[in-house]
Design a protein around this ligand. Structure first.
Ligand SMILES: CCC(=O)SCCNC(=O)CCNC(=O)[C@H](O)C(C)(C)COP(=O)(O)OP(=O)(O)OC[C@H]1O[C@@H](n2cnc3c(N)ncnc32)[C@H](O)[C@@H]1OP(=O)(O)O
Length: 250
């Protein structure tokens, strides 16, 4: 089974499906590399107007795969995962199309970081999101803190990050993390049709709203997040917390 799939819904609309439902769509190296390739392809597609990202099954994404990434022990080893995955996030941010994540269940840890990287997030009643990295004695390492601050502001972002709590769909809507609560994928499909038909217009607005100078600043902040996360990653507290999860001591 492919860890991630991409399909054209029409000439202008693409859906990417994170496809590891048995692991709640946790990101592993295979998913990361495939996402990177898909985004390179989409970057060249001048007809693309909307990119929709969702998870298969009952979750959006449970973050990094705690079994696979537990093999990364030192800060340098952690960076071999943090740098490419934040590269994927940077490519989502840089895409000249409207990007939307659809939360059909939990988006936690790195899953919440992926959701934060899209222009919009829609969620159904089961949507939940939490920057639970703090419970594993690490911080966001894919750029999520900077992206969250951009979306919900400094105070709400600090609270969400530093409490590591999981928020309900309604709480996320109230904060502006989720932009709209929808019933199902049919509603998301409808949402994807509401944009102007000229891809050139959408692409020009994306450039106007995230000019190169701001994008560079944002990427520099993301790079700083990688460094801080990598330092914490090699700490004993992090490895112990992950061992507990993997030994199912929850
Ligand atoms: C890169 C940095 C990061 O992303 S740090 C954050 C890492 N992620 C986490 O700590 C989240 C861990 N997962 C969870 O909290 C829960 O699984 C969530 C997503 C809330 C779903 O809960 P629930 O619906 O009860 O499912 P469950 O826990 O029984 O999980 C089903 C099977 O999937 C697995 N799973 C889940 N998440 C991960 C993960 N991140 N990495 C590896 N495996 C994961 C569970 O272990 C479980 O496996 P099994 O069926 O018991 O063998």
């Amino acid at each position: 089974m492919m860890a991630v799939m991409m399909e054209y819904l029409d000439k202008n609309t693409v859906r990417i499906i994170l496809n590891r439902p048995a692991r709640k769509n946790a990101v592993n190296f295979e998913m990361m590399h495939k996402l990177n390739g898909f985004l390179d392809e989409l970057d060249k597609d001048e007809d693309l107007t909307v990119l929709w990202i969702q998870g298969e099954g009952e979750a959006f994404c449970s973050g990094g795969d705690l079994e696979e990434f537990h093999g990364l022990r030192t800060a340098e080893e952690a960076k071999k995962m943090l740098i490419p995955m934040s590269g994927v996030i940077k490519k989502i941010i840089s895409l000249d199309a409207v990007t939307v994540s659809y939360l059909n269940g939990p988006a936690v840890g790195g899953g919440a970081e992926i959701a934060s990287s899209t222009d919009f997030t829609l969620g159904n009643a089961s949507a939940k999101a939490g920057f639970i990295q703090g419970n594993l004695a690490i911080t966001t390492g894919w750029g999520g803190a900077s992206l969250l601050k951009r979306r919900i502001g400094y105070h709400a972002a600090l609270k969400m990050l530093a409490t590591a709590k999981v928020y309900s769909a309604q709480e996320l809507r109230d904060l502006g993390f989720v932009h709209q609560i929808v019933n199902d994928e049919k509603d998301v499909r409808q949402w994807c049709t509401e944009w102007v038909k000229s891809p050139e217009v959408v692409r020009a607005y994306k450039k106007n709203l995230l000019p190169e100078v701001e994008r560079k600043q944002l990427f520099e902040l993301i790079n700083q997040e990688i460094e801080r996360c990598a330092v914490l990653w090699e700490g004993e507290a992090h490895h112990k917390a992950v061992e507990q999860f993997n030994n199912k001591q929850r």
